[in-house]
Ligand binder design. Structure first.
Ligand SMILES: [Zn+2]
Length: 138
């Protein structure tokens, strides 16, 4: 097994997402709030996806959300993930509205259910990258 195959692919921050990664390093999940139409988005970009406005303000999410959908992964997508299976991939609906893909931590993936309340966990995986994960709320 090569060293690269054993290493998990990590997101590469770019100018559009630099603020998001900086926030996560400080334990905050920053959402973009449109000052013009009040749309809230998680996937960071220069324009509001609802109205095209450039007037976006970053605000930290409450960290509360619900499991909108999920899938339990039993077969590792690569050698780097072998120790992690089974794990649950979540589509979390944040309290603020946006949905984001994440993974479940801190419990057995078999306990994940639709509409389960979850809380943000910022998990540092390298000096540069801290990933937003979710655990069961409460
Ligand atoms: Zn807008």
């Amino acid at each position: 097994m090569s060293v690269d195959a054993a290493r998990k692919p990590l997101p590469a921050p770019d100018p559009d997402t630099a603020r998001l990664w900086e926030g996560l390093r400080q334990g905050k999940l920053l959402l973009q709030h449109c000052d013009d139409c009040k749309h809230v988005q998680y996937y960071q970009q220069a324009l509001c996806r609802a109205c095209g406005s450039e007037n976006l303000t970053h605000r930290p999410a409450s960290g509360h959300g619900k499991v909108h959908s999920f899938s339990v992964v039993h077969r590792a997508p690569g050698p780097a993930f072998k120790a992690d299976v089974p794990y649950a991939v979540l589509l979390v609906e944040l309290q603020e509205g946006p949905r984001m893909i994440s993974t479940y931590v801190g419990g057995n993936p078999a306990e994940v259910t639709f509409d389960m309340d979850v809380t943000l966990v910022c998990e540092q995986v390298s000096d540069e990258i801290t990933l937003p994960r979710f655990r069961r709320a409460g």
